[in-house]
Design a protein around this ligand. Structure first.
Ligand SMILES: [Zn+2]
Length: 331
């Protein structure tokens, strides 16, 4: 898989932008929202240089490796690391990146690249993303859109529903799972029969996060689970976290926890042969497949008065992503 990088500022060649020659781009008579793509405005007084480009890839061994290869020549290694995490963050309500990715899965990204005055190149924003999982019928799409009251903007699907939902898809942040830097296959842990949960291999002490807002109903030791916490959520569903080394401060029955907050740390208490988190979703006292139980309901829709602007932005972003798909097919 090679690099797909398309420059969206027809008037400027990449070499005219880099190195840091001050350039002013003006489009008389156009409102920012009328630009064909997100405006690339480079002020003469500002030596920060910004452009927009696309990166596509096919996952062979890991998301990190795929991004690392696709980004060669257009992003420094640190920015490629960051991009793998950003992609996981964007879809963290939809996909468990540490477990659901398969060989052959494809991604397309539209990113904003920034060169700082000191020469450092970073990804300042992911404008759009498409993730085509080989075991899903439809690709997942994310469109970045700034809404009033949100400093960083949010991600929406093509129909304008927020990707944020009531539950995270995984109790351990993707960036905490070191295996993205190595083999994708997780070690199999020798555990008790009729294993009903999902195991996350992670280094000892890795923070464990509550997958949703809720109330702690159990925090203590329980047989093979070792140090275990149960959290009851608003819909009656219970999330269970086992084998922890220790709990975060204040974890006891009745404690309220917020989605994403740290409740404890990965360990190997109870019946575990190596450090990992045992995670379960329970409904009515019975373990359910997290993949189905956490299948997120749609988030909030885009505000009505923002809809027209969003649709314009969406069409531009999707057009760019489609372009990169075509380009990668013809390679
Ligand atoms: Zn387990």
């Amino acid at each position: 898989m090679g690099i797909v990088a398309v420059w969206l500022t027809p008037a400027l060649e990449p070499k005219q932008i880099f190195p840091m020659a001050p350039v002013v781009v003006t489009r008389p008579g156009l409102e920012p929202a009328d630009f064909l793509f997100r405006p690339v405005v480079i002020e003469a007084s500002n030596t920060e240089l910004m452009d927009t480009l696309q990166i596509s890839g096919v996952i062979q061994s890991s998301l990190y490796n795929a991004l690392n290869e696709s980004g060669v020549g257009v992003l420094p290694p640190s920015a490629r690391h960051q991009l793998a995490w950003s992609l996981a963050d964007i879809f963290e309500y939809k996909v468990d990146m540490s477990r659901d990715l398969r060989q052959g899965d494809k991604f397309h990204l539209l990113i904003e690249r920034l060169q700082k005055p000191n020469g450092a190149i970073i990804v300042s924003k992911v404008l759009g993303a498409r993730l085509a999982l080989s075991n899903a019928s439809n690709p997942l799409e994310a469109i970045h859109f700034d809404t009033p009251g949100s400093s960083t903007g949010q991600y929406y699907d093509a129909s304008g529903m927020s990707l944020r939902a009531a539950f995270l898809r995984a109790p351990v942040a993707f960036r905490r799972i070191s295996s993205i830097f190595g083999a994708r296959k997780h070690p199999i842990f020798g555990e008790w029969r009729n294993h009903t949960g999902t195991d996350y291999a992670a280094p000892m002490g890795t923070p464990v996060r509550a997958i949703g807002d809720g109330v702690v109903i159990f925090a203590g030791t329980k047989g093979g689970y070792g140090n275990m916490i149960d959290i009851r959520h608003r819909n009656g569903m219970v999330s269970r976290y086992g084998h922890m080394r220790n709990f975060a401060t204040g974890m006891r029955p009745g404690t309220r926890v917020a989605m994403g907050s740290t409740i404890g740390y990965v360990g190997m208490t109870g019946w575990a042969t190596g450090p990992h988190l045992h995670f379960e979703i329970r409904v009515g006292g019975v373990a359910h497949d997290p993949k189905l139980a956490l299948q997120s309901r749609s988030g909030e829709p885009i505000p009505a008065n923002e809809r027209v602007l969003f649709q314009k932005m969406r069409n531009q972003t999707l057009a760019s992503l489609n372009q990169s798909r075509l380009a990668s097919v013809t390679e």
